[in-house]
Write a protein that binds this ligand. Structure first.
Ligand code: SF4
Length: 351
């Protein structure tokens, strides 16, 4: 059965005698007229009230390694039942998942699962957690909150892969419900956000810091897109905000872009990615990874103090895990920030 659900976080605005609704789930704060949907295509004004359309209709459900999100310092080796809907609060022209993120919700193509059924499925499969990903999960706030509450009851973790553009109130609700892992995209400097996304990166860093200040886990992902965010001014802005606001221990993934959707510039130069990673380490970021280049040495965790290779990864799987039980480097005793336990899985099941 396809359901419509009353939305959270909205208020009424009267403009020229018309009853409009303002959604406060993300920092776009869309004003939505009667019968209209917000920017993310999921929230509709029906008779002056805001509803989520197609609650529980998912575009994908799939068990995936946590490393692929990417999370390299969160329940290493585990798998998360990963789910998505349609739509997004951004319109990135290079989006790899544009077939989901830039579409209206489509009940004819969806899988229907209540949040409790999703969690039950994760338990049956043997996943350690759940993850909202593929499209922007926070636009499905109501679903994620229910799923996270259920996951907590069943002893599973809850994570999201997000653009970090949610409102403070939405973030508070996510943290309260037990969503404690945040893989957050930083899409460039203010110029990138203003020119291409009509948004503001300060909101993203502000939210990432809020998660850390409230005992959540954050990993930042900087997809370096040719001719969008790859000038050194832009790169320096991203790196300096990272170290100032998030500190040396927050991992940074510097990822290679490939042409997709409406962006056809060539893939990011690998030498540029390596230079960015070097500069990030130089200014004090301790855990810097270069992704989407298929090089295990760039995906692995080294001890920032003595340089020992501690977690060897290849293609987003753990090949060798050498940390002590207390998450210390076996050579020099330096404590590596890892949330959760290492889960050694012999194989990975896809459903
Ligand atoms: S969640 Fe959607 S409707 Fe709400 S403010 Fe963001 S883009 Fe607009």
């Amino acid at each position: 059965m396809i359901s419509r659900k009353k939305a959270l976080l909205w208020n009424i605005r009267e403009i020229h005698g018309k009853k409009l609704v303002e959604c406060n789930v993300c920092s776009r704060n869309c004003t939505i007229g009667p019968g209209m949907r917000g920017f993310c295509r999921n929230r509709v004004n029906i008779d002056g009230e805001l509803y989520v359309e197609y609650f529980g209709v998912l575009s994908a459900v799939e068990s995936r390694p946590i490393e692929i999100k990417p999370f390299f310092h969160y329940w290493p080796g585990s798998t998360a039942l990963t789910f998505s809907g349609w739509g997004c609060s951004f319109r990135c022209p290079w989006c790899q998942n544009y077939h989901l993120s830039q579409r209206d919700p489509n009940p004819l193509l969806g899988v229907y699962l209540q949040p409790s059924e999703l969690v039950e499925k994760a338990v049956k499969i043997g996943d350690e957690g759940i993850c909202g990903s593929f499209n922007e999960p926070t636009i499905h706030l109501e679903y994620i909150l229910e799923a996270a509450e259920e996951a907590r009851k069943r002893g599973l973790y809850s994570t999201i892969v997000t653009n970090g553009y949610m409102s403070r109130r939405a973030l508070e609700k996510l943290l309260d419900a037990g969503v404690d892992g945040y893989s957050i995209d930083i899409k460039g400097c203010p110029e990138t956000y203003e020119k291409i996304l009509a948004a503001n990166p300060d909101t993203v860093f502000r939210n990432a810091k809020y998660v850390l200040d409230n005992e959540g886990h954050v990993e930042m992902v900087f997809l370096v897109v040719t001719k969008a965010n790859d000038t050194w001014d832009c790169i320096e802005w991203v790196l300096s905000r990272h170290i100032e606001l998030l500190g040396p221990e927050t991992p940074l993934h510097v990822n290679r872009y490939y042409p997709a959707n409406r962006w056809s510039e060539p893939p990011t130069r690998i030498d540029l990615l390596l230079q960015i990673a070097e500069r990030a380490r130089e200014i004090g970021i301790e855990y810097v990874y270069v992704g989407n280049v298929m090089d295990p040495s760039l995906e692995s965790t080294k001890c920032p103090k003595c340089g020992k290779m501690l977690i060897i990864r290849h293609l987003y799987s753990i090949v060798e895990y050498r940390l002590e039980r207390d998450k210390k480097c076996p050579r020099c005793g330096y404590r590596i920030p890892i949330r959760g336990n290492y889960i050694e899985k012999k194989y990975h099941r896809v459903v």
